[in-house]
Design a protein around this ligand. Structure first.
Ligand code: GLC
Length: 742
């Protein structure tokens, strides 16, 4: 629709009609008996039939038929026939589920992340959806926080590259095109800094840390043209994000230039009352609309109070017009005025969803996201050996995350199913070995999976646990190698799933110990939504492969790595702590005035008495089945001016017997500056695929922008002085050189 017509439409709308566009309800309101809705959830929210009829958007419902029906009914009632927006959490896949986002971060392959987003968009669009609440780009440093699973990790540069790729993947160049949806960067901002890793907790950050680490990926998403941003649940500078004018108007709108739709997180506007910020829902409505939040997701703050606030002269109707204009613009960008059903097409849905091409991409991504942490010559598996699979993930299909809400575990390929396709029947055995969780663990939602019956049996199944264990130990005795698919349940990570301990469930560790007593040749395959405490496993197992929650084709992807069909190339996007006491732990920390280094003798240094400073496995770490030699760093100059650049290069050689991929990483340190700077920061990376014996030069151009930071006076730029540069295959690399910025 031409802009003039759209402007005319806005002018013709009544105040109430405008406010209706700013309300978002759950889609199931439109699929239940209307009286049940009105006396149930609608009444709880404090909204009436008119609000339900006229809400401008819905979330959480998908399916071409269902959404076409809802749209048709809505358009018939809507006085100006404004189409409804359909939104959904398509976080890492629609029906074809890709590896969870933290696993995608481990690929260090933004292009792959983009391809997966593009495929998810195709499945989402033909299912009738217009907007996905993805990518989540919150920087994460604390493994106790359950939502690290949804992030691409602890580094602002990696997160920015991933954010850009995913926004482009979802939206393409024109989100109105077939197979495209509007993306939504979330959660703005600083949600990953929840104090103590406890979800929904406040974020205590200096403004510099906030800007230097937490904001870059949001900015990257905005610069990539994202159509929507979602507010976060946390406070920033002690003001809830959804009513934080500084955050939303000064930073998001002014500094970053975001012109799209700003939606609140679920009931986040009304929750500013619980935060102790808004005195009541009326104040919450005023605070949020003044901050420029366009859509109130699942609260009645706007629908109950905005009209009265305008009539009382407490807010100018212009604020409402601003919000509604952005909402109408988004609907227009999606082409909904011309075609309110966009791509909704049941036939295409059946053809596209889980098609071979999409599964093949999911399999590729699952293999590439695996991170090999340890391998004492036991991988790839020798297929002539007797191999026992023993662990609760052996035949578990719950390998999609708790946010894969549109996916179905039944579509997943388990480890066992994939193994049976490639390993000798006579040489392999499969058993569960233990339940997923200790029996006394009560997990919300766990009853929803068929596994919960096994895992939450009552005592009369004590024997069952004993027999599970006995069966596994016996299988281990008879095998040459024991592959142990272990880890935390998919329901132990995600929203509202913070954990104070980051251990593998005791019942699984008991299995691991008993097996280790009879067979030392153990390969642990770790399914997890977060970094876990792997000290004992790392010590006793011969190999450890992190599979994360690898998605629909997880079993195939992991078996492709275990059998050597795919040489692992994943690298950790987030540090694995030595133990939970180190959290939050991250590579780009400050030095302190008393830095502790390996071998430091001083007592009075920044360290723990009882554990090391370093994480068990560092950011950027991961092994391959082959070996690589990386030459010393060569700089084309050792001095550079503001307008100049230094080229740093290495030669990488595959010195092993298998083709493989190395992730070459560039780190830089500003040794002395007007504010302390991290001991090193990732500034570039490149994946290099090499045949045995092949070598290649990898070079990085270091320019002034790369050296820029928020200086003591608050301006952004570089400063003269000494810089150290490292190029290697992990954030611990000592392969370095120095140059001076004049
Ligand atoms: C949730 C999440 C957010 C999600 C939204 C809609 O509370 O915080 O990530 O997109 O609600 O489901």
């Amino acid at each position: 629709m031409e802009k003039e017509k759209l402007e005319q439409l806005l002018n013709d709308m009544s105040l109430q009609e405008k406010i209706d566009q700013m309300l978002q309800l759950r889609g199931n309101f439109y699929q239940m008996d209307v009286n049940a809705v009105l006396t149930g959830p609608a009444a709880q929210l404090g909204i009436g039939e008119k609000d339900v009829d006229m809400a401008g958007s819905i979330l959480g419902t998908y399916g071409a038929e269902a959404l076409k029906k809802i749209q048709k009914n809505y358009m018939e009632k809507q006085p100006h026939h404004i189409p409804m927006l359909f939104m959904m959490d398509v976080i890492h896949g629609m029906k074809t589920i890709f590896p969870m986002p933290l696993a995608m971060g481990a690929t260090f392959e933004p292009k792959l992340a983009g391809r997966c987003a593009e495929t998810a968009a195709k499945e989402a669009a033909c299912s009738g959806l217009h907007v996905t609440f993805s990518p989540m780009v919150d920087l994460v440093r604390d493994a106790r926080w359950g939502r690290v699973m949804e992030s691409t990790g602890e580094d602002p540069y990696l997160n920015s590259r991933m954010a850009q790729a995913q926004v482009k993947g979802f939206q393409g160049e024109d989100m109105g095109e077939e197979g495209k949806v509007c993306a939504c960067i979330k959660h703005f901002a600083g949600y990953g800094a929840a104090v103590a890793g406890r979800d929904y907790n406040g974020a205590e950050l200096t403004e510099r840390t906030f800007r230097q680490y937490y904001l870059p990926a949001y900015r990257a998403g905005v610069e990539a043209g994202v159509g929507m941003v979602m507010t976060s649940f946390n406070t920033v500078n002690d003001i809830p994000a959804s009513t934080n004018k500084w955050l939303m108007r000064d930073i998001l709108r002014e500094e970053m230039g975001f012109e799209g739709v700003l939606i609140s997180d679920y009931a986040a506007i009304s929750e500013t009352v619980a935060h102790g910020y808004s005195a009541d829902k009326r104040a919450a409505a005023r605070g949020a609309v003044e901050a420029g939040v366009d859509i109130d997701m699942m609260s009645s703050c706007y629908s109950e109070n905005l009209a009265e606030l305008v009539r009382a002269g407490e807010i100018d109707e212009k604020l409402i017009d601003e919000c509604v204009w952005r909402i109408l613009e988004l609907k227009n960008k999606l082409g909904l005025f011309e075609n309110p059903y966009k791509d909704a097409d049941p036939e295409k849905e059946n053809k596209l969803i889980l098609c071979d091409e999409h599964r093949a991409l999911a399999r590729e991504a699952a293999a590439k996201s695996c991170v090999l942490l340890k391998n004492e010559g036991i991988l790839p598996l020798d297929r002539k050996k007797r191999i026992a699979f023993a662990g609760p993930y052996t035949n578990c299909k719950e390998i999609i995350s708790s946010w894969a809400v549109t996916g179905d575990a039944k579509d997943c390929v388990s480890m066992e199913e994939a193994a049976r396709e490639v390993l000798e029947e006579a040489l392999t055995s499969y058993c569960e070995g233990s339940t997923m969780l200790n029996r006394d663990t009560k997990l919300a939602g766990f009853e929803s999976t068929n596994r919960s019956q096994n895992d939450q049996k009552d005592t009369q199944n004590e024997k069952t646990e004993e027999s599970l264990l006995a069966e596994a130990v016996q299988a281990a005795r008879e095998a040459d190698i024991v592959v142990m698919p272990l880890g935390e349940s998919f329901l132990q990570s995600g929203e509202a799933k913070s954990r104070a301990m980051i251990d593998i469930p005791d019942v699984q560790m008991q299995l691991f110990r008993k097996v280790a007593e009879v067979n030392p040749n153990i390969v642990v395959v770790l399914f997890t939504g977060r970094p876990l405490d792997l000290r004992e496993i790392s010590e006793k197992a011969k190999a450890v492969l992190v599979a994360w929650l690898p998605g629909t084709e997880g079993g195939h992807g992991v078996m492709d790595v275990l059998t050597g069909k795919v040489n692992p190339s994943g690298r950790l996007p987030m540090s694995f702590p030595y133990c939970v006491g180190q959290c939050p732990v991250y590579y780009n920390e400050f030095s302190t005035g008393r830095p502790w280094h390996e071998g430091s003798k001083g007592l009075f240094t920044s360290r723990y008495l009882d554990v090391p400073n370093k994480p068990l496995y560092s950011f950027g770490y991961g092994l391959s089945y082959t070996t690589f030699a990386i030459s010393p760093v060569v700089l084309d100059r050792t001095e550079m001016g503001a307008e100049e650049a230094v080229t740093a290069k290495v030669t990488v050689k595959n010195t092993g017997a298998m083709p493989g991929t190395e992730v070459i990483q560039l780190y830089i340190r500003d040794v002395a500056a007007s504010v302390v700077r991290p001991v090193r920061e990732l500034k570039g990376f490149e994946k290099v695929e090499l045949m045995p014996g092949e070598e290649r030069e990898v070079s990085f151009r270091i320019d002034d922008e790369m050296l820029s930071f928020i200086r003591a006076d608050g301006t952004v730029g570089s400063e003269p002085g000494l810089f150290r540069v490292w190029i290697g295959n992990c954030s611990d690399t000592e392969n370095g050189a120095e140059f001076v910025r004049k």
